[in-house]
Design a protein around this ligand. Structure first.
Ligand code: NAI
Length: 469
């Protein structure tokens, strides 16, 4: 196996940044350079006050320790490729917006151009690692591109090493991963490349947690893991609808079901729906794959996980309208949280976006507060979600507030869309005093103490509980 001394990571986003910063921290003898086309993003990674481009608990500490020592951020992609023994490809793979497979298949444009760049500039042999979540057999396409374009005497070995970190807990997930998965061709060269990458992780990950498998199993395992996680959420959300229509309480049901060691307690929290850049995209990818393989029943099975999630979001916004006496036109609604989950500033596929869109279409006024999301990001997301509405019109109906209390001022309802811990610590009595009466709270994340809120005088509506119960 190659003794890896220099690593290049292409893509300085939510995955490439934290992953390779942690590799640098844990492997002081390896020089790690993270590159990106986006100059502003690289500048932020290099900022002297550590105003990093993504918010992730513990990340700035890792960057502080390693940056300038053996961790570098740069836009000089070609040089970093040339110097590296091993290259991670961590670029984005969003759902295609047009063309064949639009709305389902992954857009592999970014992966392909990064691969072509590697082939064009490499002057020595490389191990190329697919870190992005990709459709199955992408490694094969990467190998074809690399081999067709490489210079004589240069060899490329392709590995699949999908990333299982979760945003919000990325650093602890990377420090103590449940497993690291490395897929390779089962040839002597493939196995040797696999050993080289295993040796990098073995600097801090116990070897019994480093799983080495075939390339295709590795690619499928990442899609499968996300599909099964999302499926748990859709399952519990489907049950939450039954709870709301009966006297059952979804928290009690989830607790009782999760106590079964075969089921387990994690990922059984009902909510307004899942978001994030991965779950929906990766399941749709699996649906597309199943259809291409002429397995329509398999495709329909996984598609339902996404359908149920859409239903859950719609059901929640409808419940808000129904509860507010069947109309929210001209009413003020405060939305607490815009990120797709707590402890991240990421808003990709955030359920909050759907809620705001639904409320705006009912012609309500919406005030949004989120502790981490930038104002410019909120405007961007809303204009993407409402392509037919001019931004000036959106800005007439939407206000962005600097605190939960100011968001709630003069509103008829407060809607919790993200489970930020600080929302449980708000002075809810002060919130109540500033609101119109009757004052409603809609807890889309089941984080609030409904009894305490009722004592104050709120009308409280929670996912997975009937209104009157
Ligand atoms: P991101 O959008 O935050 O970062 C990707 C970066 O790649 C961007 O900064 C972009 O400018 C850069 N880039 C694109 N093409 C490039 C090129 N040719 N050369 C240099 N830079 C280029 O995306 P994120 O969230 O980091 O996701 C990356 C991949 O990891 C995706 O495939 C995703 O599915 C997967 N993944 C994401 C997780 C997450 O929690 N966000 C978790 C596990 C996997």
């Amino acid at each position: 196996p190659v003794n890896v001394k220099r690593i290049c990571c292409i893509g300085a986003g939510y995955v490439g940044g934290p992953t390779c910063a942690v590799i640098a921290l844990k492997c002081p003898n390896i020089i790690v350079t993270i590159v990106d086309l986006n100059q502003a993003r690289i500048d932020a990674w290099n900022s002297s006050n550590y105003a990093l481009p993504i918010y992730e608990p513990g990340l700035d500490d890792v960057v502080k320790q390693a940056r300038g020592r053996n961790l570098f951020f740069s836009t000089d992609i070609d040089r970093a490729i040339q110097e590296a023994d091993l290259i991670f490809v961590s670029v984005n793979t969003p759902t295609k917006k047009s063309g064949v497979g639009a709305g389902f298949a992954a857009d592999l444009n970014y992966v392909e151009s990064a691969t072509r760049r590697i082939a064009a500039v490499a002057t020595s042999s490389k191990i190329v690692v697919e870190k992005s979540t990709v459709p199955m057999r992408t490694a094969e396409s990467m190998r074809t591109i690399l081999e067709a374009n490489s210079k004589p005497g240069i060899r490329f070995d392709i590995l699949s090493n999908p990333e299982f970190l979760a945003e919000g807990t990325a650093i602890s997930d990377l420090f103590t991963p449940d497993r690291v998965l490395i897929g390779s061709l089962q040839t002597p060269e493939g196995k040797s490349a696999c050993q080289s990458l295993t040796n990098v992780y073995a600097n801090w990950v116990p070897t019994n947690r480093i799983l080495t498998v075939g390339l295709w199993s590795s690619e499928l395992s990442k899609l499968a893991a996300n599909a099964m996680l999302a499926q748990r959420i859709s399952s519990i959300n489907a049950l939450s609808a039954i709870c709301e229509a009966t006297g059952a309480n979804i928290e009690e049901v989830a607790h009782a079901v999760g106590k079964d060691t075969r089921v387990g307690p994690k990922f059984l929290r009902a909510s307004v729906g899942f978001g994030g850049s991965c779950f929906q995209k990766d399941i749709l990818n699996l649906v597309y794959l199943s259809e291409s393989l002429h397995l329509p029943e398999v495709a329909a099975y996984w598609r339902q996980v996404v359908t149920l999630n859409e239903y859950q979001k719609r059901r929640f916004s409808k419940r808000v309208v129904d509860t507010l006496f069947n109309t929210i036109t001209n009413k003020n609604i405060a939305i607490l949280g815009f990120a797709f989950k707590a402890d991240t500033g990421d808003t990709r596929e955030s359920p909050a976006i759907t809620l705001v869109r639904d409320f705006l279409s009912e012609r309500a006024h919406v005030t949004i507060y989120d502790p981490q999301v930038e104002e410019s990001q909120i405007w961007y997301d809303l204009s993407e979600a409402l392509p037919d509405v001019p931004v000036e019109q959106i800005k007439k109906q939407v206000t962005i507030a600097k605190s939960a209390l100011s968001a709630a001022q003069n509103s008829e309802a407060v809607v919790v869309a993200t489970e930020w811990k600080e929302f449980t610590d708000i002075d809810w009595r002060a919130v109540y005093d500033t609101m119109k009466k009757p004052a409603f709270v809609f807890d889309g994340r089941m984080i609030l103490d409904r009894e305490a809120l009722r004592q104050i005088g709120f009308e409280v509506v929670t996912i997975g509980r009937g209104d009157k119960l």
